[in-house]
Design a protein. Structure first.
Length: 161
């Protein structure tokens, strides 16, 4: 499994589509100075392939709200992967992943207590949820680590393999 993170300023967003198209692996987009969900949604008519999104979860942007945003975004673009970063990324990724179903969710983590919650409708496709753990991304038993970086005209690409 290989993933590339594209970190870019909002001003370079229009150049992101070409970078996403050129990569042979999933590209997760992180807009460093704007809401990444809204920024990626604005590309919906220009995208030619699926992509992922990198979200920084925090007290101001909890995993439950991120799950709602991911579900909404998944109906607008072909979303394959979500990376959760920030403090307690692992437990926040578990909350986000649980809330990506149509099922009733009850989960307790260090950051959240959710009882009998629903977050419908489920995404139209399965979305793989990762959490950032230092220089690695973890999804279940899969772990990928930074293998290279390069600068594109849209922003910085960080490759994980």
């Amino acid at each position: 499994m290989q993933i590339a993170r594209l970190t870019l300023p909002f001003a370079s967003l229009s150049r992101a589509v070409r970078v996403i198209d050129e990569e042979s692996m999933t590209v997760v987009v992180h807009v460093e100075d704007a809401n990444s969900v809204i920024a990626v949604a604005s590309l919906k008519d220009d995208l030619h392939r699926g992509l992922g999104i990198w979200l920084e979860v925090s007290k101001d942007y909890p995993a439950s709200l991120a799950a709602r945003d991911v579900k909404t975004l998944s109906w607008l673009v072909e979303l394959s992967d979500v990376v959760v970063s920030g403090a307690n990324a692992s437990s926040n990724a578990r909350v986000l992943e649980a809330l990506l179903s149509d099922d009733e969710v009850s989960i307790v983590t260090d950051d959240a207590v959710i009882t009998k919650a629903y977050n419908r409708p489920a995404p139209p496709r399965l979305i793989r949820v990762w959490h950032a753990d230092g220089a690695s991304l973890v999804s279940g038993e899969q772990v990928v680590t930074i293998s290279a970086t390069r600068t594109s005209d849209a922003g910085e690409l960080t490759y994980f393999a």
